[in-house]
Design a protein around this ligand. Structure first.
Ligand code: PLP
Length: 394
C-alpha cells in the first residue's frame, strides 16, 4: 500500500468523474454530468477558427504563452463582466485552466493547513476536494430555499476564529440549482466585512438563465476587493477547452499567477484563442441565450416527468437556470446506495452524499442534470428512478 501524503490521503474520486466511466455502457441514460448540451457546442465555428489560428498565427498559438493569459481574452472577459457591473478597480483578471483552477489557486494562495472555509451544505465536490487537499477545515452552513442561511453563517463566523474564506455558488448552485436573491447577497457581503473574511464567489452558471430576473453578482457590490470571483467558459462554450478565470485583488491575483506557474505554466494558448476569436467573430450572447433556452425546455420537461412519476413526498428544486436540479427522498435513504441501484438499471445520477462537506453526513438527496439527455430518455430515466424509489416503500 502506498503511503500518500496527509494532504491527499482522505481524498476520494469524484462520484461525477467516476460516473463518466459508466457512460460508455450501451443504453445508459446519464443525468450525472455537468456539461452543456452537446447540440449547443459551436464546433463548426471553432474548427474554422482553429484552422485560421494555426495557419495565420502559429507562433502565438503553439509557443509558450504568458501565465496571466492571452491578452485579448483577458480584455474581452473584463468587458463582459463590466457590462454586468463587475468593475475591475484594484483587481486583476487572470485566465485559468477552468474555474476549477481559479478555486484551487485561491486556496493555494490563501489557506494554511487548518484554516477555516465556510461552504454551502451541499456544495460543489470539485471545490470541496480542493479545500480538503490543502487540509482546510470545512464549516458547512445549511442551504435554504434561497441559498446559504445567513444567520447560521454569522453564528459560525462569530464562534470560530481562523476562518478565512466563505465559498459560495450564488447563482444556479451546483448541486441544488438554487439562486441567492440580492438581499441575501448584500447580507453575506456585510457579514464578510464584519468578520473580515474573503468571499470566493464561484459563478460559472450565471449566464445560463432561462427564467426569472438576473441578480447582480456579489462582486459587483464589493468596494473592498474582498470578493474573489471565479468564472468559466466551460458551461457556455465548451468544458473540454479548459478555460476559466479568476478576478481578484491585484496583490492576490499576482500571487495566484506565481502559484499557477508552478501548476501548469499557463492555460493552453490555442484554447484561449479559440474562445477569444469565437467571441470576436460570433454573437456569443445569442449563443448563450439559445443554449439556456434549450436547457430551460429540458428542465421543464424533466420537472413535469418528476411530478408525474415521483411520489409527492419527494422534494425537488425549481431552478431558473444552470444545469441541475436537486431531489430529496428524506430520511432513511442512503443516497450512495440509491445512486448505485439507479446505475444498475442504467440511469446515472449523482448521490447527494458526494456533495456533503462532511463526508459522514447521511442524506437521501441526489442531483439530476437536465442538459445532456434528450426528451425521450429524460422520461424513461425519471420513470426508472421512480421504480427505484418504490423499492424504498415511498
Ligand atoms: C460550481 C462549479 N464551479 C466550478 C466548476 C469548474 O468548472 P470548469 O473547471 O470546467 O470551469 C464547476 C464544474 O462543474 C462547478 O459546478
Amino acid at each position: 500500500m502506498i503511503k500518500f501524503s496527509d494532504r491527499v490521503s482522505d481524498l476520494h474520486p469524484s462520484a461525477i468523474r467516476e460516473s463518466f466511466k459508466a457512460l460508455s455502457r450501451p443504453g445508459i441514460i446519464s443525468f450525472a454530468g455537468g456539461m452543456p448540451a452537446p447540440e449547443t457546442y459551436p464546433n463548426k465555428q471553432l474548427a474554422e477558427i482553429a484552422s485560421d489560428m494555426l495557419i495565420q498565427s502559429p507562433v502565438i498559438a503553439l509557443q509558450y504563452g504568458i501565465t496571466e493569459g492571452y491578452a485579448p481574452l483577458i480584455e474581452q472577459t473584463k468587458r463582459r463582466l463590466a457590462a454586468y457591473g463587475i468593475k475591475g478597480d484594484g483587481n486583476s483578471l487572470i485566465i485559468t485552466s477552468g474555474g476549477q483552477q481559479a478555486i484551487e489557486l485561491t486556496v493555494k494562495a490563501l489557506i494554511n493547513e487548518g484554516d477555516g472555509i465556510v461552504c454551502e451544505n451541499p456544495s460543489f465536490i470539485g471545490a470541496l476536494n480542493a479545500f480538503r487537499s490543502y487540509n482546510a477545515k470545512l464549516y458547512p452552513v445549511s442551504m435554504e430555499h434561497d441559498g446559504m442561511n445567513i444567520d447560521e453563517l454569522e453564528n459560525v463566523l462569530a464562534g470560530n476564529s481562523g476562518i478565512k474564506l466563505i465559498y459560495t455558488i450564488p447563482t444556479f448552485q451546483n448541486p441544488t440549482g438554487i439562486t441567492m436573491p440580492l438581499e441575501k447577497r448584500k447580507k453575506m457581503l456585510e457579514v464578510a466585512k464584519k468578520y473580515n473574511v474573503f468571499i470566493l464567489e464561484d459563478n460559472p452558471y450565471w449566464e445560463l438563465r432561462f427564467a426569472g430576473e438576473g441578480v447582480p453578482a456579489i462582486k459587483s457590490m464589493d468596494n473592498e476587493n474582498r470578493v474573489i470571483y471565479a468564472g468559466s467558459y466551460s458551461k457556455t462554450i465548451s468544458p473540454g477547452l479548459r478555460v476559466g478565470f479568476l478576478y481578484a485583488d491585484n496583490e492576490l491575483a499576482e500571487k495566484a499567477v506565481v502559484c499557477k506557474q508552478v501548476s501548469d505554466v499557463h492555460t493552453p494558448v490555442l484554447s484561449q484563442m479559440l474562445i477569444s476569436e469565437y467571441i470576436k467573430r460570433h454573437d456569443f450572447d445569442e449563443q448563450i441565450k439559445k443554449s439556456a433556452k434549450l436547457n430551460g425546455e429540458k428542465c421543464a420537461f424533466m420537472q413535469s416527468c418528476i411530478d408525474k412519476y415521483f411520489p409527492k413526498s419527494v422534494m425537488r428544486t425549481s431552478p431558473e437556470g444552470g444545469l441541475f436540479l436537486w431531489c430529496d427522498l428524506g430520511e432513511g435513504v442512503d443516497s450512495k446506495e440509491f445512486a448505485a441501484k439507479c446505475l444498475e438499471r442504467n440511469v446515472a445520477i449523482v448521490s447527494g452524499a458526494s456533495a456533503m462537506p462532511d463526508i459522514s453526513q447521511k442524506t437521501g438527496a441526489f442531483r439530476l442534470n437536465f442538459s445532456m439527455a434528450s426528451g425521450g430518455s429524460i422520461e424513461e430515466g425519471i420513470k426508472t428512478i421512480s421504480e427505484v424509489i418504490k423499492e424504498y416503500g415511498r
